[in-house]
Design a protein around this ligand. Sequence first.
Ligand code: CA
Length: 245
Amino acid sequence: MRLLIVEDEVNIARRIESACVSDGLLCHLVETGTEALGMLKFYDYEAVILDLGLPDIDGIEILSRIRSIKNMTPIIILSGLSSTEDKVKCLTLGADDYLTKPFSKIELLARIYAIIRRTSGHSSSVINIGPMEIDLKQRCVKIYGNEMPLTSKEYSILELMALKKGAVLPKETFLNHIYGGMDEPELKIIDVFVCKLRKKIADLTGGLNFIETIWGRGYTLRDFDNADCGQNTESIHRRDALKVG
Ligand code: CA
């Protein structure tokens, strides 16, 4: 999961970053509103942590600009301003949460996860897909109660697919999600990760395939109801792709 942190006070920015990074979240740190709006044009984030007092554009103005272009990325305001008026104004303009400084790292993380869950349509921190349980808080996956051994990148791929269950995700989205635009390897690395994931899932389910390849578009995680016919669907997609190509 990747976050954008918009904070001009270096010490506070570092504190937010260290809390997030130690919990396995990727962060992009920017100090100005202009940079924040620029980053939001190029990247998708799971959430934005936004300070209000910034050197160039006021945080409230940034919030309003983000929502005016129908960008619905979850936004948590983290500000020294603690009046009810400020909070109400931000929440009315489309902020998802409001936390005041000084803040507790644990509370910030809890709020980040709560918002990501809510905006992904999940009310608990565990996403169930058939016999598979993806625990966003513990960052672990169980199938029929058995923990699946995963590297952190494999987990990140499965986590993204679970959060966006049913959506077709291009390989570029996975690269962005796990490398955050830094030192990105080639797209085909995603195929390697997916191949390993499929094998691990199959090992624990007796051969079921949850991850569908949509040729030319990317990958999607299906619900368990359709998972047992996965191989067939996939071969149909592959066959169709061969016909066209
Ligand atoms: Ca500030």
